[in-house]
Design a protein around this ligand. Sequence first.
Ligand code: TEU
Ligand code: CA
Length: 554
Amino acid sequence: MTEKWWKEAVVYQVYPRSFNDSNGDGIGDIPGIIEKLDHIKSLGVDVIWLSPVYKSPNDDNGYDISDYYSIMDEFGTMQDFDELLQGIHDRGMKLLMDLVVNHSSDEHAWFQQSKLSKDNPKRDYYIWKKGKNGGPPNNWQSFFSGSAWQYDEHTDEYYLHLFTKKQPDLNWENPALRQEVYKLMKFWLDKGVDGFRMDVISVISKRNYEDSPYSDFNDTIAHVYANGPKIHDYLKEMYQEVLCKYDAMTVGEGPGIDLENGIKYVAESEKELNMIFHFGHMFIDHGKGGRFDPKPIDFIEFKKVFADWDTKLKDQGWGSIFLGNHDFQRIVSRFGNDGEYWNKSAKLLCLLLMSMRGTPYVYNGDEIGMTNVAFGRIDDYRDVEIMNAYQEWKAEGKDLDKFLENVHINGRDNARTPIQWSDQKNGGFTSAEPWIKLNPNYPQINVLSQEHEADSILNFYRRMIQVRKDNPSLFYADFEDLDPSSEQIYSFKRWDESSIYLVVLNFSSDKIIYNLDCAGYDKVIGNYDTGLSYQNGQITLEPWEAVLLKKEQA
Ligand code: TEU
Ligand code: CA
C-alpha cells in the first residue's frame, strides 16, 4: 500500500450557508468561515472540504452553478476566497473544492446560449432531445421528483435534468465541454486549492436514452443513470489532462457505485480517482419509495458495508469513511441515540470514524453532536428536494402529516440548520433572521459550552483525532470485523507488524457482558472514564460504551 498524505488526513466538511454569518444577512459566508478557522484547526483536522461557493442562483444551495470562475455574491468576493485559502494554508491545512460538473445552473451563460437555437455553438453543451408521443423523450425521473426532462417551447425540444429543472445536465459526449471542465479545474488548482470532491460524478456518462424498466428508483440510479459506458474514459482523460499535473486529492461522489464497480474508480493502477463516497450505508434506511419512505436500519447490514468495502479495496485502492454530510440526517440521531445517551453515542461514532481504515470525513456540527430537527410546519423547510416531494405528495392526495414525519426522519435540512456556536441569540450564527431556523436545542448544544467542559463531545473529537495521529498504524493496518452477526456490538481488529488494536462499540442502551479475549491489551481511549473492566475473557460494556484497545506485537 503506497503512503500518501491524503490517506493519513482527516477531512472536515464545511457547509458554508449554515456555518457562520459575518455580515448580518442571515446567510453564512466566507469571511464567517475565516473567523472560525481556529476552531476547525483546533480539532486537529488536515483538510477542509468546502461545499460549493461559486456563483449560483441557489435553487439547490450552490449545487447549481452559474459561473465556475466567481464566488457567490452572498458568500463574498474572490478576494475573500483567496484570504480563506491563505488562512487554511497558513494553518497547515488543505482545501478541497466541490466540483459540480454533471450539471450547471440554467442561468449559466452556456445554457443561456444553448437554448437560443438548435444550431447555437453551445447547443451540444447540454442534452436536448425530441419529445415522444406528445410527451418527454423517455420515462426518466428526476432525483427531485417529476420527469427528468423539461420542455422548451422555443426550440420544441426537451433538455435533461437529473436534478431540478434549474440544473440541466452537461453533455460530456462533447469534447469542447470536457475541455471547459478541465480548464476550470486548472484555474482552481493553479490558485492553490488542493483537490476536489466531485459531485455525482458517477452519472456523467449517459446510457442510451431508453425507458428505465425499473419501478424502484434506486435500481434506475444504479443501472440506468450511474456507471455509464464512457465514465472511465472521461475520468482517465481528466486525470491525464489535469490531475496528474498536481498533487491533488480527489473524492468522487457516487450514487449507484457498488462493490462490484467501485474498485474501477479508485484502483491505483487505473489512474482515475483517489477515493469515492459510496452509499451502501447511507441509503440503508431508505425504502422502495426513497428517502421519504424510511425504514429501520439493519445493523448487521450496516457493519457488512464497511467490511465488504475494506476487503474489496484492500491493496488496490483507498476508502473514505463517513457517516453523514449535508444530504443526510445528523449522525447521532441516525446511528446513535440523541436522547439519554446523546453524549456517549456521539463519541462512539467519533471513535468509529477515527479508527477504521480509510480517510475519515467529519461533517460540520457533528463535532458537537448536533441533532436532527423537527419543524412543525412545512414552510420552515428550505430544501428543494423536500419542497418538490411535498408538492408531489400534495398533488397525489397523499397524507401530508405523514410526509412531514418522514421529513423529520430523513429530510436533508436535518443537517443544514445553522452551526450552534453559543447559547446567544440564533446560536451566535447570525445577528439577523437566519435563512433557515436553528435547531431549538442550541442553548443546550453549542460550541462555546463544550469548549469549557472537559467531558464534551467537542473535546473528545480533539482527543480522538490526536489518538489517530499518535498511532499511525491506524492509517494502514489491516481490518477485520470480529463479530459480524452481533445485533448490538461492533467489534473489530486492526493490526500490523508493530501493534494490534481492538475496537469495541456497544451500539445499544443495554449494559452488556461481552466475550472477548483482551488479555494484555491497554485501553487507549474510550467514552467512559473507567478503566477496562475485563475479567475471564469477558468485557463489561456500559450503554453506548466505546473503547479502543492496543497491544504491542512481540
Ligand atoms: O447529491 C447527490 C445524491 O446522490 C444524493 O445523496 C442526493 O442527496 C439526493 O438527495 C438523493 O435523495 C449531490 C449533492 O451532495 C447534493 O447536495 C445535490 O443536491 C446533488 O448532488 C445535486 O447536485
Ligand atoms: Ca452573510
